[in-house]
Design a binder for this molecule. Sequence first.
Ligand SMILES: Cc1cc2ncn([C@H]3O[C@H](COP(=O)(O)O)[C@@H](O)[C@H]3O)c2cc1C
Ligand SMILES: O=C(O)c1cccnc1
Length: 348
Amino acid sequence: MLADTLAALTPADHAAGRRMALHLDNLTKPPGSLGRLETLAVTLAAISGEASPRVSPPGMLVFAADHGVAAEGVSAFPQEVTAQMVANFVSGGAAINVFARQVGARLEVIDVGVAATLPGRGVVDEKVRHGTANMVEGDAMRRDEAVSAIEAGIRAAERAIDAGCRCLIVGEMGIANTTASSALLAALSEAPVAGLIGSGTGLPAERLAHKQAIIERALAARAPDRADPLDVLAKLGGLEIAAMTGAYLGGAARRVPLLVDGFIATVAALVACRLGADTRDYLIFGHRSREPGHAHALAALDAQPLLDLELCLGEGTGAALAYPLLEAACRVPAEMATFDAIGIHVAP
Ligand SMILES: Cc1cc2ncn([C@H]3O[C@H](COP(=O)(O)O)[C@@H](O)[C@H]3O)c2cc1C
Ligand SMILES: O=C(O)c1cccnc1
């Protein structure tokens, strides 16, 4: 199934994007005056291949899983918070629930690897295993488990698209997943760990050197093959990160715009692009997270995010907040009058 999804990936329709650019120049405004909103309209036209792209309704996918490396004291919060937040997502009290309601999104919460056994209601059960192993002691997961988690993500993307969603907002919950993400980014980019770590949920500054040392030990012990993204993902990654990678691959294969959230989401998107380079054409970056490694992950994808609200949360919140800009970018070409229609003739 992963192989089928990779085989179905194609570049976006850049000719449709160029037609959109010509149309935008004929609307009743100085050419280019809507700035990056115009770039966004061109991107959305290229993604869908349509003259009037639509992003509504959006589908939100929040993947949850635990991390064995949490036992090393790399997060300000204990592992149990992952399951508690999953319960919060189900009862509608988390930040992502607020924004999902605001934009009328279909929200799905998917357990791909929470350590605790969850009471089933309201959570899609795709548990691959009860949390990853501690990457300092062994591979976070087996290669086939990484593939299973990716495939759970592909299925979730396909469910949302089959239910009518025109855009995917992908988020995560997993205590210690900034550690896994920094480790993945270090392995994929070969940049020094020191510039790729941050305080995540609020790890005190004096614990950062410890977080860095844990990641450096894991990198040395696991020795992942940088040229093999699945090897890197299995040895250092997380189940929710793998599922997000799958959701991006699945959404790109179906030619749907994918709104990327913060640091963790961007690292998952980087893994997806290493597995299937055409995925990049379908990614729109919602915001710049306060987590320092995010700038490196964005640079690795040559990405410029839409917002900078100094968020540092995850769950998909920064992507959800950027979603109304995508709606605006769809409405401008569909609803604005053209110069031809109002009888203004502009000199060439
Ligand atoms: C109450 C709470 C809600 C959250 N929602 C997202 N995260 C975020 O914080 C975690 C990553 O940070 P670290 O690597 O430092 O553990 C992830 O679960 C992420 O989604 C949360 C964290 C907490 C504590
Ligand atoms: O940017 C993120 O995705 C992020 C940052 C801190 C904690 N959780 C997520």
